[in-house]
Design a protein around this ligand. Structure first.
Ligand code: KIV
Length: 272
């Protein structure tokens, strides 16, 4: 059963900030299409991320790198059509903001104008500071993303936990503070030690949203298809599956195939 407060009409960045100030945890999930975004929104999730994980989940790519700005806008537009309450955040995809700040601004503006989304997310710290400032200067709310940043997978070479060493942890702390100082409204912390998440979350006034980052982030995010158990192979330690849709969907489709073969479907009642 959902416990969201129906009195809150529309979740804005201000509401997200208030949740942290009140000490209420923030729930976030990805969505990439109209039908599932409707369910996610109605169930009371506060932030819906149109993640570039669509590259993996929807298109079957090995990484998030191939997805294009046009494809992100297509997914975002479908999600925005479905959402009545949640704050919709859209990932700026790889290659659409790292070049220079003008390119970043152009990409963010396309997302906002063409999809009707409410904010964007950008991966990285100091390296992309100028681009983030430029996007923020146009009035576009930005969520940061630190720790394991999948767009840099070929630099990391692995999806293992980040910032276990002191130097990387220190840089992450500085990047998080910088993101807050320049005006980001929140920051995703992906796959970092729980102790570091606690430190960052306590030192920032903006909310942290964790994935594989332990219980002390101000909110949690998961990829919707992982939470629903659609993919059997992906089972990192941080993932809790709340359903076994792989089993349910497979069984339903096998049942349908059998019924067609056995001439059980359609019945007389299902015909005109
Ligand atoms: O693209 C995505 O799904 C994400 C989340 C994992 C935070 O960035």
């Amino acid at each position: 059963m959902s416990v969201h407060n129906p009195d809150v009409k529309r979740i804005t960045t201000r509401v997200i900030q208030e949740l942290k100030s009140k000490g209420e945890k923030i729930s976030a999930l990805t969505a990439y299409d109209y039908s599932l975004a409707r369910l996610v929104d109605a169930a009371g999730v506060e932030i819906i991320l149109v993640g570039d994980s669509a590259s993996n989940v929807m298109a079957g790519h090995e990484t998030t790198l191939p997805i294009t700005l046009d494809q992100m806008i297509y997914h975002a537009t479908s999600v925005v059509r479905a959402v009545k309450r949640a704050l919709v955040v859209v990932d700026l995809p790889f290659g659409s903001y790292q070049g220079n700040s003008t390119e970043a601004l152009r990409s963010a503006i396309r997302i906002m104008k063409e999809s009707g989304a409410h904010s964007v997310k950008m991966e990285g710290g100091l390296e992309v500071k100028e681009s983030i400032i430029r996007v923020l200067s146009a009035g576009v709310p930005v969520m940061g993303h630190l720790g394991l940043t999948p767009q840099s997978i070929y630099k990391f070479g692995t999806y293992a936990v980040r910032a276990k060493e002191e130097t990387e942890a220190q840089k992450l702390m500085e990047d998080a503070k910088m993101l807050e100082d320049i005006g980001c409204f929140g920051v995703v912390l992906e796959k970092i030690p729980a102790t570091l998440t606690k430190q960052v979350s306590e030192s920032l006034t903006i909310p942290t949203i964790g994935i594989g980052a332990g219980p002390d982030a101000d909110g949690q995010i998961l990829v919707l298809h992982d939470l629903l158990g659609i993919n059997k192979e992906f089972k990192p330690r941080f993932l809790r599956r709340y359903a076994d849709l792989h089993g349910i969907i497979t069984e339903a489709i096998e049942h349908y195939v059998d019924d067609v073969k056995d001439r059980e479907f359609p019945s007389k009642e299902e015909a005109y």
